[in-house]
Design a protein around this ligand. Sequence first.
Ligand SMILES: Cc1cc2nc3c(=O)[nH]c(=O)nc-3n(C[C@H](O)[C@H](O)[C@H](O)COP(=O)(O)OP(=O)(O)OC[C@H]3O[C@@H](n4cnc5c(N)ncnc54)[C@H](O)[C@@H]3O)c2cc1C
Length: 313
Amino acid sequence: MAIWVFAEQIDGAPSAGSLEIISKAASMGAVSVFYIGSGSSEAFAALGAHGATTVHHLDTGDVLPSAPASAALASILHDTDTSLVLFGMGNTDRDVAGRLAARLGQPVVANALDVTLEGSVTSEINGGSLALTTRVTTDGPAIIVTRPKAFAAVDSGGATPEIVNVSMPDSGRSGNATITERHVEASDGPDLEAAPVVISGGRGLGSAEGFAMMDELAGLLSGAVGGTRAVVDAGWVPYSYQVGQTGKTVKPSVYIACGISGAMQHVVGMKGSQTIIAINKDPDAPIFGIADLGVVGDVHKVVPQLIEALKAR
Ligand SMILES: Cc1cc2nc3c(=O)[nH]c(=O)nc-3n(C[C@H](O)[C@H](O)[C@H](O)COP(=O)(O)OP(=O)(O)OC[C@H]3O[C@@H](n4cnc5c(N)ncnc54)[C@H](O)[C@@H]3O)c2cc1C
């Protein structure tokens, strides 16, 4: 039974998320990858290094990829005995997964934190307060959308995979949408999702100005700055900062939560961090329930002292 992974090219390379899923898939068996993007020998080598044995490559150019990708993947899967098709949670991933499900008449299980070859999926609901196992019982491939950072990307030194070039299918009117402009949000400092240290601010910072000390602390620790939805909604920081259920999932070595209550929708996006440090003036704040180290105090006093101590080192 084959395992397929959908992978998308971002900035010339396979997305970080797709390498995580390929690594997981490779731990269960031989992996075929359906890859969209312009492709390159480096990109294919990276897919192979993480466990892909075969790569079906479709270059959709400026056409919005979801319609042709799902049409091409559905027709390939028709002729295979496939147990699993794994996706990440990116916009294109989710779009292709939904369209593929409609084409194959199969269900989609989303939010997977773990998956077995038999199609058993572990996920969490209610913001992470309940864990559940779902089993796909229909015949045909189980289509699973996995959460970012559910699995570790492992470069196991695999060989360059066999490349099969896929031609653009006719996907009807929905294949007529083209990408007219791309916008990359400018950001300085490390990428929030990849940073080894994340400093996150919540409503307890009091105002947008409170983020100046988050930036300073992050600079001293070579970290990235994140925030809660409350501060994003308040317009203190852009949405790209948001950590949580409807934002980014981070798994740094150290996560410092400053003036954050620890609502489950926030926690679900950062609880995989190796060490969690919380600073909150309320000793009963829920964030202390998951913190490895808690400081009960005013962020406006504790953080400046931390900055001074780091500068003095
Ligand atoms: C469908 C849905 C999706 C959501 N998705 C997300 C998401 O992706 N990410 C997310 O973060 N939230 C999300 N939320 C919102 C979430 O429920 C919380 O409202 C939010 O996380 C609270 O943010 P906060 O901790 O900054 O604010 P608050 O809950 O208001 O907490 C502020 C904390 O700061 C402390 N504090 C106040 N002043 C100080 C001070 N001077 N020094 C130290 N501590 C101080 C307080 O004791 C308090 O604990 C979502 C909600 C819903 C309904």
